[in-house]
Design a protein around this ligand. Sequence first.
Ligand code: AMP
Length: 419
Amino acid sequence: MEIKAIRGFNDILPDEIGKWQFVEDTAREVFEGFGFSEIRIPIIERTELFSRGIGEVTDIVEKEMYTFTDKSGNSLTLRPEATASIARAYIEHQLYTFDPVAKLYCIGPMFRYEKPQKGRYRQFYQIDAEVFGVENPMVDAEIILMLIHFLKKVGLEKLELQINSLGCRACRPRYREELKNFLTKRSFQLCEDCQRRLHTNPLRIFDCKVETCQEAIADAPRVVDYICDECHKHFNKVKEYLGMAGLTFILNPRMVRGLDYYTRTAFEVVSYQLGAQNAVTGGGRYDNLFQEIGGLDVPGIGFAIGMERLISLLPKEKEFFRYPHLFVAALSEEAYREAYQLVNQLHLQGIRTELDYEGKSLKSQMRRANKLKARYVLILGEEELKRGRAALRNMEDKSQEEIPISDILNVIKGKVKGV
Ligand code: AMP
């Protein structure tokens, strides 16, 4: 029986990979320009890290984690997100002793046991960026500026920045109670999950997709109306700094984000490029996460971009695939020896060169060169070779010229420079 990939787990094939590399390269360039360093964290962590960090009463922890017991009886989990692991690494390696401020980013796969559908997978990729150790709202605006700059740089258009404040440990409980009271009167409208959430984590009800739950919550009290003075001040500063950075935004009082650890600033960027709204990325401040997982009082803020979704929004007209610069067609035993030497030289110089290994006819070699979309074909024919020359064909305008074999390397390097 043919073995296939597991549902919700995708291969990213060579014809797609150019987009992924472009997005990753751009993220590295932009983020490092903003002073961020890459961090690579394990794919598996102790389950506790996520249940304590993300919160027991969240969809991720309740339903979506890939959790298993290893041979020693430890409960381990495939990471469903990166923030908790990056925070753990910061504590474990005492990065704060060098500098309390850490600006870190991470690119890699995450795992959630969700119902697979278009745009929703069980293994998906995220680009994460986090700033630890700064409470100043200036950094909230700075990280948002970096995010928007990155999204524009990869070619996304019609972006809308939405922000909200979720309050803090001091003021959120009062809001929670208000929300709970409000929804208790409408509990008959709530789905089974939300009836339970009403008692465990009523804010989660904002994220429920069930229509009657959405109706029940439509006129619910807004968290921004309940935040304390400190949170207000922080939020006003964030808005001021966003303005100073030239960013426009809209207030979305219903955005609460899916994870428990968020405090104060929450944000999402949606793109209206394809007509319908598309949340490309979201993030926020999480000043309590460190206390949950390591007893440290360190503020943090970050975002996670879903790569599959971002890649689906890349400009369609842009070419990401790296076609061969050159195809070498050899037409005799002797020509193959020459071709072999030449191809090796070109590869060592980073010139993408393809060779036919099968000794096929010129016609069939040209067909392959065409299929591979090689920009040039070098034809090493028996007759030309005797005269110390070869034919170079430009596959775009079909022009052909003869060049001395001794010049080939230089001529080709000159032609494909910058291609
Ligand atoms: P979150 O970590 O839930 O805030 O999600 C951040 C981003 O990751 C979302 O905006 C999505 O683009 C992406 N994402 C989350 N879950 C999935 C999934 N199951 N499949 C694909 N992308 C996802």
